[in-house]
Design a binder for this molecule. Structure first.
Ligand code: DLL
Length: 432
């Protein structure tokens, strides 16, 4: 089952030629429309009109998340604002947010790419798809929604949260496919048990999970407990959102939509390509995006390419599930969190010391972040009321900055371990 059979099963020689043409067009467009790219290309004497092969892309500079932040909000858009029909943003408030824009054609492309992912996982227009990703600036809800509508399925745009209601709707509306983060799906399985819903008595058959790392063990558990076939799908807002890659029913790696995204896998230290099939950092260049093309974006996600044909018949290259990140970003309840965000909030609050530890747990299949922070000595001698008020201030400010609730614990001065070299302030106890 293919959504766009011609593209998904294209001969690899023809695919390479298509990629080269699209790459040249994209590089030429950004050189003339986006000052950031024009300047960086000029500095290196790069003339995209002369690009002859895909390999020449390696001479072009990488784009970093910081470049997106430096050009906040619209500096990297390649079309005027009047041609933008949608704006999304990755998590984080002003200082950390990255903003991405879509033209009308981009939304069409996005919908088709997500429809490919859904179709590859086994879904058809007969399915009833419950989308339990957040709808909003996050690309998960709207991205999957448009793809599912494009497929012609019946969409239940329930968004994230309110688990009991999710389950009631799942049962009453006869949901056949659940779309959310794998950890939320596990939580749903727990709540089903608590309230006595037998998952095997529901219409549920498929689970399409993504937006955070998960393991093969977790897949097996989800399959068994929910009576579904769970597949993995990957994407990131900077590139398009979901729809970059997804697993077919072989459940053996994610097919990359290579006719729209050119991928490289590099060593994050040397920045050179790793030998084929080895783990490295995924770097993506968009080939068809109009509003927000990105050249050699360092995703920081670690994976490896899985060369060789897939029994499903797609010729699109597969990559392994993500095995980690080359930076310190955490994904908590599906939200991207950088320790530096927490640090800057703590540093701005009187009564705390600049020493903290972040502890991440998964309790009843729900992520919990606890921030331990040293309080100044006088604060600990103060009345409980003052301590409570400090904790509340920290909690409130962190919730505003991160968009998720956290636990806060005050500890005595000089009780947290000090580091001599690189500090590791994060203790991630989750087993995923
Ligand atoms: O998470 C887009 C998305 C939504 C993908 C829904 C799939 C489903 P961001 O919020 O920008 O976008 O976060 C992107 O999440 O760089 C990875 O680190 C991580 N990530 C996304 N999908 C997966 C996955 C969306 N399947 C960041 N496995 C990425 C592991 C994933 N990590």
């Amino acid at each position: 089952m293919y959504w766009q059979p011609k593209e998904e099963c294209l001969d690899r020689g023809a695919l390479a030629e298509l990629q080269r043409k699209r790459l040249q067009k994209t590089l030429t467009r950004v050189a003339s429309h986006v000052p950031f790219y024009r300047n960086t290309f000029k500095k290196r004497n790069l003339d995209p009109t002369q690009l002859r092969s895909l390999e020449e892309l390696q001479e072009y500079p990488f784009t970093l998340k910081q470049d997106l932040r430096d050009n906040y909000p619209y500096g990297l858009f390649a079309v005027p604002l009047r041609d933008i029909v949608r704006v999304h943003s990755s998590s984080g408030t002003t200082g950390m947010a990255t903003v991405v824009g879509y033209s009308r054609n981009d939304i069409q492309t996005w919908s088709d790419l997500v429809a490919r992912v859904l179709c590859g996982a086994g879904l058809t227009r007969e399915d009833v798809i419950q989308i339990a990703f957040g709808y909003g600036l996050f690309t998960g809800g709207f991205g999957l929604h448009y793809g599912a509508e494009r497929l012609g399925a019946s969409v239940i745009p329930i968004s994230a949260g309110n688990t009991r209601r999710q389950l009631q709707i799942m049962r009453d509306f006869k949901t056949t496919a659940l779309v959310c983060t794998p950890s939320y799906a596990l939580k749903m399985a727990d709540v089903m048990m608590d309230i006595g819903i037998n998952p095997h008595g529901l219409s549920l058959r498929w689970g399409l999970f993504g937006a955070e790392p998960w393991s093969e063990e977790m897949r097996l558990e989800l399959n068994e407990r929910l009576g579904i076939i769970a597949t993995d799908n990957y994407g990131l807002s900077e590139i398009i959102g979901p729809g970059v890659a997804g697993e077919c029913q072989e459940c053996n790696g994610l097919h990359i939509n290579e006719d729209h995204f050119l991928v490289e896998v590099i060593d994050p230290e040397t920045l050179q390509p790793v030998p084929p099939g080895e783990i490295g950092e995924l770097v993506i260049t968009t080939l068809t995006k109009e509003a927000f093309p990105v050249i050699r974006y360092r995703t920081r996600d670690l994976t490896r390419l899985l060369p060789g044909p897939c029994p499903c018949g797609r010729t699109l290259m597969r990559m392994s599930r993500m095995t980690g990140r080359s930076d310190d970003m955490l994904i908590i309840k599906g939200v991207n969190v950088f320790p530096t965000q927490i640090e800057s909030v703590l540093f701005a609050i009187d009564g705390t010391q600049p020493h903290y530890r972040l502890i991440v747990d998964r309790i009843n299949n729900e992520d919990r972040l606890t921030v331990m922070v040293e309080a100044v000595e006088s604060m600990l001698f103060d009345a409980m009321k003052k301590q409570r008020s400090l904790i509340n201030t920290i909690k409130k400010q962190l919730a505003t900055e991160l968009g998720i609730g956290v636990e806060v614990k005050l500890v005595e001065e000089r009780t947290l371990e000090r580091f001599e070299g690189k500090g590791n302030r994060v203790i991630d106890n989750r087993k995923i």
